[in-house]
Design a protein around this ligand. Structure first.
Ligand code: NIG
Ligand code: FE
Length: 392
């Protein structure tokens, strides 16, 4: 079964062989998808025949967004904590305990309903691939449960048992790291592709560089690939540790030293920026321009979670990146698509080259520039080109 998509005012392929620059745009374009993959892209006048057709009516089509950093398995909310920050309270990770308590108390069906609702919300805003972390269970059973649920909606599951030290381990951080790297990892590894740690020596709740190394190395021995929360609240060892261990991505990167930037430039780790977190915690935004100028690959993701960034909207993050982080509209779109795919080491998504997964997002606009130009307007939605349903 093949489908011809026409009426595309601007097609962003992220395939530089198709058009000028990294976005590889094609004007007045068409796409043929077949068996869930991109079979052909090019000018409309040269399009081959197909079994069915969809006319998007003069709109832009871009690769579906790849949201490479989310925490979607949780119960409850932290609206009061958010409101307190508006009055000047600072974020230090302490509020995570409230979400842990609510998540532990919730049934599978409650967690599943919330998770699926958020995934559907993302798809309505153009996201077609999402990574999902655990990290609000923090017992062997609850972490495994959260990852099992995450695996129902995505292949990109991340074990974040080392999110914070839970209340019952207060003052016994080493014991908790032993739990995470022992029985918890054993129970969670079958459900996870990635391992993550909140490396933030400035937080009384999170983990220093030595503990983070122990956690990530334990994950590697079980076949989990590392990704790291680092340098969110202050400069620390997390970015360099991530690069040293060959992590696919190091996320936040809000406070970077020159040595951090040099390490990223010399390594293969993607810097994933999460401007929704700076928005909600009222913190300074990361300096994307500094990273891009150094040649560091940059991704954008939502960090969707109830504490620091309760947005599921990649277009909102793109708008923040353009307004607050020195990115051009093209750089921000690339980071939200191809950048996210690089951060997940997924060659099949984040672009619309031949063979890519048929993940198209249609914008209610003639060009990708509108994503930042019309902030807060629901322009993007994932385009269903066959009956296969959502594929995150
Ligand atoms: O990426 N910083 C650590 N983890 C999340 C926040 C989790 C929370 O506050 O509930 C983040 O910002
Ligand atoms: Fe996060």
């Amino acid at each position: 079964m093949s489908t011809l998509v026409t009426g595309i005012a601007e097609l962003v392929t992220n395939d530089p062989s198709r058009g000028p620059g990294p976005l590889g745009p094609v004007a007045d374009a068409a796409v043929v998808v077949a068996d869930g993959a991109v079979a052909w892209t090019g000018p409309r006048r040269r399009a081959p025949a197909a079994d069915a057709s969809i006319d998007v009516g003069g709109r832009a089509v871009v690769p579906g967004f790849v949201d490479s950093h989310t925490h979607l398995v949780f119960a409850g909310d932290r609206a009061a904590e958010f409101e307190a920050r508006v009055s000047g309270a600072r974020y230090d990770g302490g509020g995570i305990a409230a979400t842990v308590a609510a998540t532990r108390a919730a049934s599978d069906d409650t967690l599943r309903g919330r998770l699926r609702g958020l995934v559907a919300e993302m798809r309505r805003q153009g996201t077609t691939t999402a990574e999902v972390k655990s990290g609000y269970g923090l017992t062997v059973e609850d972490e495994a449960r959260c990852l099992r649920l995450a695996g129902e909606v995505t292949a990109e599951t991340t074990f974040l048992g080392a999110h914070v030290v839970p209340a019952e381990y207060a003052g016994r951080r080493e014991d908790y790291v032993a739990l995470v790297t022992g029985p918890m990892l054993a129970a969670c590894a079958p459900f996870a592709r990635w391992i993550d740690v909140f490396c933030e020596p400035a937080s009384p709740h999170a983990f220093d560089g030595d503990a983070a190394r122990v956690v990530l190395e334990a994950g590697l021995t079980r076949g989990l690939q590392p990704r790291v929360h680092a340098n969110q609240l202050s400069a620390g060892p997390g970015v360099r540790l991530a690069v040293e261990l060959g992590a696919a991505s190091v996320d936040h990167c809000t406070h970077l030293t020159d040595a951090d930037v040099d390490a990223l430039a010399d390594g293969s780790t993607v810097a994933t920026l999460l401007p929704g977190a700076e928005f909600s915690t009222r913190s300074p935004y990361p300096d994307a321009r500094r990273l891009l100028s150094a040649g560091v690959p940059v991704a954008l993701a939502t960090d969707c979670n109830p504490g620091t960034s309760f947005t599921s909207s990649m277009p909102f993050c793109i708008a923040l990146a353009v307004r607050e982080m020195g990115m051009t509209p093209a750089e921000a779109l690339w980071a939200a698509t191809a950048g996210g795919a690089a951060a997940l080491r997924r060659p099949d998504v984040g672009h619309l080259g031949p063979g890519a997964r048929a993940d198209l997002a249609v914008l209610d606009a003639p060009s990708h520039r509108y994503l930042a130009y019309r902030p807060g307007v629901p322009l993007a939605r994932a385009l269903a080109t066959d009956d296969s349903g959502p594929s995150t």
